[in-house]
Design a protein around this ligand. Structure first.
Ligand code: FAD
Ligand code: FO1
Length: 445
């Protein structure tokens, strides 16, 4: 079954000159269920060699050793699985905008295929690669079930505006994946990726140490299966309770592309059509794909300029309101606020590389309340999220933070000091939803 051509977007419309096909893996760091790799394999057919490459950049959007460690553990498995299929993985290091075209030239590649990603840094790499390449250059959306460029041609206002578009297109795109066929053509002689050496050469900040979360495709599949046969049964009723073990914990696997969102959707949908499945698919498909839509159409996704007008206005009107509590970024980072619940959430993130979704909203909204101005609140929330979360540096993160502090995809609520009409969350509201004391006991406030 060929890859749906509506998943494919041309980045450089040069003629495909034949010769090897290069798959530049970046956002989708997996072998199975990967539309980009499948499309590259399709172009290669029986006669053209297919080569995969991953370019390791020394510093990526505030990532520390924790995230590089998780990514490299996953890539070791990816390289092994590819080798089993006769597809070499080349490990490049440095600036992908230069290194990928240089490899393509060395291989005399006729076509290069890469992953869709709405983040600015990726689009910059791709734009520079497109200029330097002398080959057909294609992008394939392997992250969104309904490809982001097809779901909508513009920035959507809210979940309610993108939801009907996505639901209408799901029958076309929510299909089973074909199996990746082993390489048939002889491949050029290429050095095997030395990930252990790359790990040693990394300059990532060891101040945020690795966490003991199993990484890679097999671990991701196991986590999906465990969720679908366990916590999914509690998802609709308990997903907002951080003590309930009712969410999937799949976001690191999705972020690093070790699991296809489409695989997760197919697996969960196959367990039935009840309220748990519906609630989970709303988050996994509609909310997640809304984040990619936002980042694709708002390249300033990490600034207040991307917030709705009403939100910027209300934040400005309340800019000079006295703050009941005021903290510098270092106090937030050290979990040294007056609020044990906030501190416990920060501790959870620092220690485990994750924070429950309900508390992420509370966490970011309090940073807005306790910072000197909305600009520094946004900067603090993004910096901490990207430094400590295993799944940080993701369109979901930039979107979730802007939703929390600047009304993105939301509407005005009752007016309050400092936050104006941005939706508020309170400690007493949390106490009504879950056992706050138990959460604080667990993570220390
Ligand atoms: P589940 O509830 O099991 O959901 C399954 C999947 O659906 C998630 O893995 C995710 O891909 C998607 N999803 C769930 N909730 C959302 C949402 N609100 N928006 C978009 N997609 C969603 N997500 C990240 O992946 N990386 C981040 O850095 C990140 N930072 C956030 C910061 C703030 C302030 C907020 C409010 C949200 C943030 N989110 C982020 C979105 C969401 O909180 C996480 O995706 C979710 O908590 C991950 O846990 P899970 O996989 O157990 O989620
Ligand atoms: N993508 C790459 O192509 N090369 C990298 O070296 C790289 C490092 C990296 C580190 C932490 C992290 O969270 C993400 C990283 N990514 C890297 C990108 C990642 O795969 C995602 O594509 C984006 O962060 C989200 O779209």
């Amino acid at each position: 079954m060929p890859v749906n051509p509506r998943r494919v977007h041309t980045l450089r419309a040069a003629p495909d000159g034949g010769g090897p096909v290069l798959y530049w893996m970046s956002r989708e760091q997996r072998v199975h269920d990967n539309w980009g790799l499948l499309h590259a394999r399709e172009l290669a057919g029986a006669r053209r060699p297919l080569v995969a490459a991953f370019c390791l950049v020394p510093q990526f959007a505030g990532a520390a050793l924790r995230q590089y460690d998780f990514m490299l553990r996953g890539l070791e498995e990816t390289a092994r699985t590819l080798r089993g299929l006769g597809i070499p993985l080349v490990l490049l290091e440095g600036d992908p905008g230069r290194e990928v075209p240089a490899l393509a030239a060395r291989l005399r590649a006729g076509a290069v295929v890469t992953d869709f990603d709405p983040l600015r840094i990726k689009r910059d790499w791709q734009a520079r690669a497109a200029q330097a390449l002398d080959a057909l250059f294609l992008e394939v959306d392997g992250h969104n079930i309904v490809p982001c460029r097809i779901a909508s041609y513009k920035k959507e206002y809210a979940a309610r505006t993108i939801r009907p578009r996505i639901h209408k297109l799901l029958p076309e795109f929510l299909e089973e994946f074909p199996t990746l066929a082993p390489q048939e053509a002889p491949v050029p002689d290429l050095p095997a990726p030395d990930l252990a050496r790359a790990r040693q050469a990394l300059r990532a900040d060891p101040g945020v140490p690795p966490v003991a979360v199993p990484a890679g495709e097999a671990a991701a599949r196991a986590a999906l299966a465990a969720f679908a046969s366990g916590a999914l049964a509690r998802y609709a009723a308990r997903r907002n309770d951080p003590n309930a073990d009712a969410v999937s914990g799949l976001s690191p696997y999705l972020h690093f592309g070790q699991l296809a969102p489409q695989r997760a959707a197919l697996h969960v949908a196959a367990t039935g059509g009840g309220e748990n499945q519906a609630a989970f698919l709303e988050e996994l498909v509609v909310r997640r794909e809304l984040s990619d839509n936002f980042c694709l159409h708002s390249p300033d996704y990490d600034t207040l300029a991307a917030a709705p007008d009403w939100a910027r206005r209300t934040l400005d009107e309340h800019r000079d309101d006295p703050r009941a509590h005021l903290y510098a970024p270092g106090a937030f980072e050290a979990a040294a606020t007056h609020d044990p619940l906030w501190n416990a959430a920060q501790n959870q993130m620092r220690a485990s590389g994750g924070m429950h979704g309900y508390l992420r909203m509370y966490w970011a909204k309090k940073i807005l309340e306790w910072s000197p101005d909305p600009e520094s609140a946004l900067a603090t929330a993004i910096a901490l999220n990207d430094r400590y979360q295993l799944d940080g540096r993701d369109p979901n993160g930039y979107t979730g933070i802007l939703w929390s502090v600047a009304g993105l995809h939301d509407r005005p609520w009752g007016r309050r000091p400092v936050t104006g009409t941005i939706r508020a969350m309170t400690d007493s509201g949390c106490r009504r939803k879950f056992d706050v004391a138990a959460y604080i006991r667990r993570w220390g406030g």
